[in-house]
Design a protein around this ligand. Sequence first.
Ligand code: PLP
Length: 354
Amino acid sequence: VYNFSAGPAVLPESVLLEVKEELPMYRQLGTSILEISHRSPEYTAIAESAKSLLRKLLGLDETWHVLFLQGGASLQFYQVPLNFLPPGGSADYLITGHWAKRAFQDAQLVGRVRVAASSEDRQFCAIPDPSSWDLDPQAAYLHFTSNNTIYGTQFPSEPEVSVPLVCDASSDFLSRRIDPRRYGLIYAGAQKNVGPAGVTLVLVREDFLQRRNQPLPPMLDYGVHAAKLFNTPPVFAVYIVEKVLRWLEGLGGLPAIEAINNRKAELLYRRIDQSDFYRGTAEPASRSKMNVTFRLPSETLEKQFIEEAQQAGLIGLKGHRLVGGLRASIYNACPIEAVEALISFMDYFEQRYG
Ligand code: PLP
């Protein structure tokens, strides 16, 4: 079976096999990873290894804190402004999809935020052109969603602005190289590109962290989590994330996975563009390399496609319920063979029903 689910999503097979092997007993401990203390030397070693792998993969220096939090990316929508929206100040938001809008709405509960640009009037089919952005040079930060999971659009590169970037990178985290110097904070739910559901990765730069509001409830204060292990982290999820990061490093890191991801996306979009039977929903310049969204000539055919694809072992292709259509999520762990199998199925389906 090839799994194209948008998340929780496919994990590298080698990681699953390793976990299966280790699950009953972790490294001669006589107990399972599921049963060990989060303050044990074993967990500490896992968490430290995951942090240093993340630093290495992304090229982060020691001024970056790596946090393993809970509450999903959704809690970050509120936690970010709670920490970084200064009283009397404001922050800018780029509204490029459902999740970006949710982040903006939660920030409105905290203080003053501005819409610097939005593509809602175009059903979020594109990333607004930077020349049209209305930026505030005094903004505490610019929040953007690097990849819009539902609408299948992605920023081709980081916004070039003078204020620190805060990024919801949930659905393209570690899928390509980034320039960390532009960011104050990056967050991502693990369940698409880096692991199972249950842990949210948060990277925050020390000088940005120092700007946060005080006092804050400790559980929602990034500074508290940066200073110590404040409460029980999602041990099992972090354990798997560490393995996925090692797998990624073994592949050759971000340059290698970026090349693989480019190739997968190129093959799939080329097939979509080959005929009028399939129609991509995102504007070509904004197309996501992670979530490929497309339509067929009718909803009846789309339903048929999803059913027959499932019978052929291609699962998770139904578009998000907000937009319908089809979506193939081709995250890091999705092998190129999966994309090739999908393309063959698309050929067959068009021949039969086109
Ligand atoms: N942000 C993006 C870009 C997403 O794709 C999702 C979920 O799919 C979320 C945020 C919400 O994440 P969570 O369910 O981890 O809160």
